[in-house]
Design a protein around this ligand. Structure first.
Ligand SMILES: NC(=O)c1ccc[n+]([C@@H]2O[C@H](COP(=O)([O-])OP(=O)(O)OC[C@H]3O[C@@H](n4cnc5c(N)ncnc54)[C@H](OP(=O)(O)O)[C@@H]3O)[C@@H](O)[C@H]2O)c1
Length: 325
C-alpha cells in the first residue's frame, strides 16, 4: 500500500508518500481499499500537533474516507468483502488501504456515491447535531451560518434549509457568497466588507438571527453575538480563524440567549444511538437530493499537499476530496 506518513509534527511539508506493508485486519477490524478521502480542518491541525487528539508518531492522517471492504477480521459479522463503506477513523485515510475498527465503519446505502461518502459524515453529522439537536432549530427561524462556504459551513446551510429555516450565509468574499446563493441561501453577507451589525439588523428587520452557527470564532463572534435575537442560540462549532473568543456574560443575559457547545466526536461516542439516528436521517435526505456535499476539487491522493495548501490559504469552497484510481 501507499500512504502519507507523518513522522514529525512539522506539517504537510515534512510528510512523505511512502510504500508501507499492507495491514492485515486485527480481530474486530476490516481493511478498506480506499477510493476517496476528504480533507477536514482537523487534518491540518493534527499533523502539527495542534489538534486535541494526538496520535502516536508515525501515523497516517486522514480522518474521513470511503471505499470497498477488502478483508474482514475475526468477529466482524455485519460487513463483508466488496461492501461499499465510509469510515470516520480519525487517521489512516490519506492512503490506498487502511485497517479500521469495524465500529467506525458505516455501510453505504445503494446509490451513495463514494466521493460524496468520503465528504459526508464529519461535516453533516456535526451540523445536524448542532442545528437539529443542540439548537432545536424550528421551521421559519433564521439561521446565520458563518464560514458558510467551508466544509461544515456548506453542510449547515443545506441542513438548515432542509429543516425549513431561513438562512443568512456569511463568508469572507463575494465569490464564496455567490456559491452560498447557488446552494439556496436566502441572503448573504460578506464580513470582509460589510458592517456585520448593521447588515444583520437590515437582513432580519432589526430582530437578529435566532440561531448562529459559528465554525470561525475570532473577532467575528462578539459583534455577531451582540446581534442575536431574543432567546437566540449561538452554536460554538470551531475556531478556524485561530482566536478563541471571550464574551462579556451580560450579553447572554440581555438577550435571554444561550451559548451552546457542539462536540460531534464526543456526541458519537457518548450517544451512539442518537448519532446513528441522525446519520440515518442525513442518508435519507441525501437520497432525496435535499443535501449533497459540495466538492471543490478532486485530486489524486499523491497530490495531498496541494489540498492542504488550498485549505491553509482559506480558498476551499466545500470540500477537497483525494481519490485513488
Ligand atoms: N465542534 C465540532 O464537533 C467540529 C466538527 C467538525 C469541524 N469543526 C471545526 O470547524 C471548523 C471548520 O472546519 P472545516 O473542516 O469546515 O474547515 P474549512 O472548510 O476550512 O472551513 C473553515 C472556514 O472558516 C473560515 N476562516 C476564517 N478564518 C480562517 C483562517 N484563518 N483559515 C482558514 N479558514 C478560515 C473560512 O471561511 P471564510 O473565508 O468565508 O471566512 C473557511 O471556509 C474547524 O475549526 C474545525 O475544527 C468542529
Amino acid at each position: 500500500m501507499k500512504a502519507w506518513l507523518c513522522e514529525t509534527l512539522d506539517g504537510i511539508a515534512a510528510m512523505k508518500w511512502r510504500e508501507l506493508p499492507t495491514p492485515e485486519p486485527l480481530p474486530g477490524e476490516v481493511r478498506i481499499a480506499i477510493k476517496a478521502a476528504s480533507l477536514n480542518f482537523p487534518d491540518l491541525l493534527i499533523v502539527e500537533g495542534k489538534y486535541q487528539f494526538k496520535p502516536a508518531l508515525p501515523f497516517v492522517p486522514g480522518a474521513e474516507f470511503s471505499g470497498l471492504v477488502d478483508a474482514v477480521g475475526e468477529g466482524v459479522g455485519h460487513l463483508k468483502v466488496g461492501d461499499p463503506v465510509a469510515a470516520i477513523a480519525g487517521t489512516g485515510g490519506f492512503a490506498t488501504h487502511a485497517s479500521v475498527d469495524a465500529t467506525r465503519v458505516l455501510p453505504l446505502p445503494p446509490g451513495f456515491a463514494l466521493d460524496d461518502a468520503a465528504a459526508f459524515a464529519f461535516t453533516y453529522g456535526t451540523s445536524h447535531h448542532a442545528l437539529i439537536d443542540r439548537a432545536a432549530l424550528q421551521p421559519g427561524e433564521t439561521v446565520l451560518v458563518l464560514g458558510a462556504a467551508g466544509g461544515v459551513g456548506s453542510s449547515a446551510l443545506q441542513i438548515a434549509k432542509a429543516a425549513g429555516a431561513r438562512v443568512i450565509a456569511a463568508t469572507s468574499s463575494d465569490e464564496k457568497c455567490a456559491l452560498c446563493t447557488a446552494l439556496g441561501a436566502d441572503a448573504t453577507l460578506n464580513y470582509s466588507t460589510a458592517n456585520v451589525r448593521e447588515a444583520l439588523k437590515a437582513l432580519t428587520g432589526g430582530k437578529g438571527p435566532d440561531v448562529v452557527y459559528d465554525p470561525v470564532g475570532g473577532d467575528l463572534a462578539e459583534p455577531v453575538f451582540r446581534s442575536i435575537a431574543w432567546r437566540g442560540r449561538y452554536l460554538v462549532v470551531g475556531f478556524a480563524q485561530g482566536g478563541i473568543p471571550a464574551l462579556p456574560w451580560n450579553l447572554a443575559l440581555l438577550k435571554g440567549a444561550s451559548i451552546v457547545g457542539v462536540f460531534w466526536g464526543d456526541f458519537v461516542k457518548r450517544e451512539p444511538k442518537a448519532s446513528a439516528a441522525a446519520l440515518a436521517q442525513l442518508a435519507r435526505w441525501y437520497g432525496e437530493g435535499r443535501i449533497k456535499p459540495v466538492i471543490d476539487q478532486r485530486l489524486p491522493m499523491s497530490e495531498l499537499p496541494a489540498a492542504y495548501e488550498r485549505m491553509g490559504r482559506r480558498q476551499v469552497m466545500g470540500k477537497m476530496v483525494m481519490v485513488n484510481d
